[in-house]
Ligand binder design. Structure first.
Ligand code: AP5
Ligand code: MG
Ligand code: ZN
Length: 215
């Protein structure tokens, strides 16, 4: 069983890489951001709470996140493994998840840290569009869908995320630095961290991640 975490700042390319990695290794892609956005769209109680934080570029409180992910990875479709995109985001979440894994006699296979300089990230974020149905990321200049506004993969509507305006993006960078980047040290200490240069072409980043994850 492969259990992988994709770590990295907003716009690093976690979502972009996740689909290919999940396919190659036959593991399930779990994006907490996508789960929250789906709940916002459906207007569920979780979505209503999460939206308050997401719109400001803040993290959703830990207690709304941990059980959600731990329940999700226990489902049958995760038997072969899973790829966590956007979780854990705080040391609390990482410790909570480690305790959960330990209780089940498991541990993480690898934490892939995708590193990209903030100067490169801002234009990526401002020009990003995503599919409302399957979450696939696009970019207006560098990776537009074949047909404007329509997802290549599922035909869903391609839109701009509410938290991709410049002011919110800058806040998300700050939140990443303060609350999420300490996880790099955390996972380095446990010996599962692999670092990837995310400023390269999408294909090159993919190959580097695969080299790290092995067969
Ligand atoms: P989430 O959806 O996880 O957003 P994020 O971490 O900010 O990351 P992004 O999705 O913005 O970036 P990405 O790395 O996936 O980049 P992408 O591949 O799209 O979280 C959103 C919100 O939900 C949070 O702010 C928080 O409120 C809440 N939340 C979620 N999880 C939580 C948790 N665990 N705890 C608490 N709150 C949580 O790529 C970006 C752009 O760059 C695209 O346009 C793409 O085409 C382009 N691109 C990608 N790779 C390359 C490349 N190599 N070269 C050139 N362009 C590229
Ligand atoms: Mg993403
Ligand atoms: Zn789609």
């Amino acid at each position: 069983m492969k259990s992988v975490v994709l770590l990295g700042p907003p716009g690093a390319g976690k979502g972009t890489q996740a689909t290919g990695i999940a396919e190659k290794y036959h593991i399930l892609h779990i994006s907490t951001g996508d789960i929250f956005r789906a709940n916002v769209k459906e207007g569920t109680p979780l979505g209503i709470k999460a939206k308050e934080y997401m719109d400001k570029g803040l993290l959703v409180p830990d207690e709304l996140v941990c059980d959600l992910v731990e329940d999700r990875v226990t489902k049958d479709d995760c038997k072969n493994g899973y790829l966590l995109d956007g979780f854990p985001r705080t040391v609390f979440q990482a410790e909570h998840f480690d305790a959960f894994l330990k209780k089940n006699g498991q541990s993480l296979s690898c934490v892939v840290d995708i590193e990209v300089d903030e100067k490169i990230l801002l234009p990526r974020m401002i020009g990003r569009r995503v599919c409302r149905s399957c979450g696939k990321p696009y970019h207006v200049d560098t990776m537009p869908p074949k047909k404007e506004g329509v997802c290549d993969v599922c035909g869903g509507e391609v839109y701009q995320r509410a938290d991709d305006c410049e002011e919110t993006v800058l806040n998300r960078f700050k939140v990443y630095k303060d609350q999420t980047s300490p996880l790099i040290e955390y996972y380095k200490k446990s010996g599962v961290l692999g670092e990837i240069n995310g400023a390269q072409d999408v294909d090159k980043v993919f190959n580097d991640i695969c080299a790290l994850l092995g067969e």
